[in-house]
Ligand binder design. Sequence first.
Ligand code: ZN
Length: 179
Amino acid sequence: MAVNEHSCQDVDELLVAYADGELAAEPAERASAHLATCEKCRCKLAALERSLELAKAVWKESAEALAAPATEPVRRRPRWIKAAAAACIVLAVGLAVLWLATGPESRPPGLQPDPRHSAAGVQAMIQREEASARLAASARILSLQPGAEQAAEDAYRYLASAYSDTPAGREAARRILPQ
Ligand SMILES: [Zn+2]
């Protein structure tokens, strides 16, 4: 089957969401069909998935290290990555607490009906912060790999549009905007 540049570009825009598992059924099928025929896009997806796996592993380690700081330290990864992930968790929890602590009268009018007031809402918000921070870590990992700069930019672009309500999404938006 002929693979033209148009279908590569088309799928390109979907790859990060595809790797993130956030793609709807129809575009996911379209992406799968193209990936089955195109090695270039398969390689890109593999790089994305590796970086996401790595980011997830680092994230899991950080979360566990935070939960049990007294156990023997894990030193396989640079400390700054763990520190950064830990800072994100602390920030996410801090934001949630701050949100609960501020009275409704002090919030902007658009945010008045507040589903995040419930425990489940706060948990969902923290999960979103985690997911976006993992993606941001994945984009950083990609940006350090020679030849993966475009994939990193795509990841930041996806982060900026799909997670614009999170600090990581806003940071990604700043990165992709011309300064
Ligand atoms: Zn392709």
